[in-house]
Ligand binder design. Structure first.
Ligand code: KG4
Ligand code: ZN
Length: 355
């Protein structure tokens, strides 16, 4: 059976559309919104307006690049949540109207599940390795930081999460303190590459179990810079690369310590497991330092690691389309009444069109 699914993602400030043929992506088109840059963060009102402007051109381009006719579409998958209400409304309303016009079903997708399931997107030859169940995924984005134990496509258990800021926020807020533009994560990553990660050290959180905390780090950076700026007003400019490298290292150390503990937990639950499958997902999984840290853990501990290609790390519709494909196989369709949700019902956000 050949299925063609259009995926639509509009939960935050990226308007994205993708076409998937079974589990092989044919196109993935994303329009990022520059409009927020001057405001130091995403402005929800402006995000909804920009989605409204970008939606049709992005979808038309995705269909063109996939080289299919819209009449070939089997279903339309859209992000139902979590995210910004106005942004989600644009994508979900478009998906519903388009599907009604084409007389095909709609499929609702949970954004966080989708970040994880991006690891099941196949290349045309089906040669790229995909994780096997059970596996762990560290989902690190602008709004979430979770360690998830996945035992099936839609059977996910959050075994650890942040009690305050997300890892992406830790990057973005630290960048803001240093006067860098929004979003700070990619900028810190870039500047860190020319810096010494061991130059400065910041206080480490002491949170039991598999949960995370990043607010102490932010305060520690704030106080450190405040004191140094008193002595030298050019401290940030003069040490920017080393500061970025040291902050990035502090965030990665927190993440890697917990993922190592989660591997111990995985082995405890599944005795006999020799080489655990460990994945990362979400915007922060684009970070070169985190990617390298995971590769080092693979070499040191023998983990099988799964790092998403960059276009599937940050928000994208390819991940919505692959999740839509797995739901399509189950006949798990949504109703026209499905309203967006702004906070996560994840882990097993599987409504099956029942609400
Ligand atoms: O998953 P995502 O695109 O959107 C959400 O669902 O939140 O994640 C966005 C977050 C932002 O905080 C951004 O600064 C961070 O991912 N990010 C990065 C990098 N690229 C994006 N953080 C560190 N290094 C990067 N290269
Ligand atoms: Zn995301």
């Amino acid at each position: 059976m050949q299925t063609y699914i259009l995926g639509i993602e509009s939960s935050c400030d990226d308007t994205s559309a993708a076409i998937i043929n079974n589990d092989v992506i044919l196109s993935n088109v994303t329009a990022s919104q520059e409009v927020h840059r001057n405001f130091g963060g995403v402005v929800p009102e402006l995000a909804s307006r920009a989605h409204q402007q970008n939606m049709i051109p992005v979808i038309e381009t995705a269909i063109q690049r996939a080289n299919i006719d819209k009449k070939q579409l089997s279903a339309i998958a859209f992000t139902r949540g979590p995210g910004l209400l106005g942004s989600l409304l644009v994508g979900s309303s478009f998906a519903k109207a388009f599907a009604l016009g084409l007389e095909i079903p709609i499929i609702e997708v949970d954004h966080l599940q989708a970040h994880i399931l991006c690891h099941f997107i196949r290349n045309t030859e089906h040669t790229n390795p995909v994780p096997s169940f059970p596996f762990l995924c560290l989902t690190v984005s602008g709004g979430h930081t979770q360690i998830v134990l996945i035992t099936d496509y839609f059977n996910m258990e959050i075994i650890g999460q942040t009690i305050d800021d997300a890892a992406g926020e830790a990057f973005d807020k630290s960048a803001k303190i240093m006067g860098l533009p929004y979003p700070g994560g990619p900028m810190v990553d870039k500047l860190a590459q020319g810096g010494n990660p061991l130059r400065f050290s910041f206080s480490k959180p002491n949170i039991p179990g598999l949960d995370f905390s990043f607010s102490g780090l932010k305060t520690s950076i704030l106080y450190f810079l405040r004191d140094e700026l008193k002595k030298d007003s050019g401290f940030i400019e003069n040490n920017l690369n080393d500061l970025c490298a040291s902050i990035q290292k502090a965030i990665i150390d927190i993440l890697m310590a917990k993922i190592s503990s989660a591997v111990i937990e995985l082995k405890r639950r599944f005795p006999g497991m020799k080489q655990p499958d460990v994945a990362i997902a979400g915007g922060v999984s684009a970070n070169s330092g985190l990617r390298k840290a995971l590769e080092d853990a693979r070499d040191k501990h023998g983990w099988n690691i799964f790092i998403p290609p960059l276009p599937y790390s940050t928000d994208n519709a390819a991940m919505i389309a692959i999740t839509g494909y797995f739901k399509y196989l189950k006949g798990d369709f949504a109703s026209q009444e499905a309203a967006p949700y702004t906070r996560a019902p994840h882990p097993t956000a599987d409504f099956g069109g029942k609400d």
